[in-house]
Design a binder for this molecule. Structure first.
Ligand SMILES: Cc1cn([C@H]2C[C@H](O)[C@@H](COP(=O)(O)OP(=O)(O)O[C@H]3O[C@@H](C)C(=O)[C@@H](O)[C@H]3O)O2)c(=O)[nH]c1=O
Length: 181
């Protein structure tokens, strides 16, 4: 597998090794030893899956306290996945990074604790899978608004009018964010 840095400190793009044959393909989506050898010494305690239609935008979510690191990927369809650094001591505080994750490219993103995370679904029937380093804690969940001008995310909307949950429609700006130290 290949691990590539992103502009956000500690966040990396992971390209798994894919073994294709006449039956289809095989890949390791998580292997504690090989990830550890690449500097990703991770303990996961929860796995999640969501299905979305084209135009659904989930995010940008974070838990504070009890931040979650997330290893994210797509097994059907495609998304534009985004992280925003909320660590006030980080040189990239307030900066965003985004990339396409799809069943075709099989790319994964390691989202370290301290990020707001979300995605725009680009295809109907998209399945989004992720492993988390901490448990879901509704009492500590927050939402950074997807279109905060101070963050300035360039979403690939291409005519899409994003559809958000009621909770996400009430996301806060970066200035109002409960950030991390
Ligand atoms: C996130 C989560 C939700 N739920 C429940 C609560 C609610 O009734 C229902 C849907 O929850 P949400 O609307 O928060 O689901 P969703 O908008 O998909 O939330 C997810 O968005 C992406 C972008 C992330 O990064 C995740 O960490 C998570 O916040 O599922 C759990 O039981 N466990 C969980 O871990």
């Amino acid at each position: 597998m290949e691990v590539t840095p992103t502009p956000i400190k500690d966040a990396v793009v992971i390209q798994p090794r894919v073994f294709g044959d006449e039956r289809g393909f095989f890949m390791e989506s998580w292997n504690q030893k090989t990830f550890c050898e690449k500097g990703l010494n991770l303990d996961f305690v929860q796995d999640n899956q969501s299905r979305s239609s084209r135009g659904i935008l989930r995010g940008l979510h974070y838990q504070n306290p009890a931040p979650q690191g997330k290893l994210v990927r797509v097994t059907a369809g495609s998304v534009f996945d985004v992280i925003v650094d909320l660590r006030r001591s980080s040189q990239t505080f307030g900066k965003w990074f985004g990339l396409e994750l799809s069943s075709a490219n099989k790319t994964m993103l390691w989202v370290p604790p301290g990020m707001a995370h979300g995605f725009l679904c680009l295809e109907d029937g998209t399945d989004f899978l992720y492993k988390c380093t901490d448990l879901y804690d509704p009492s500590s969940e927050h939402c950074l608004r997807w279109d905060d001008p101070e963050v300035g995310i360039s979403w690939p909307l291409d005519g899409i009018v994003p559809q958000l949950s009621a909770k996400d429609q009430n996301g806060r700006s970066l200035a109002e964010t409960v950030g991390y130290p």
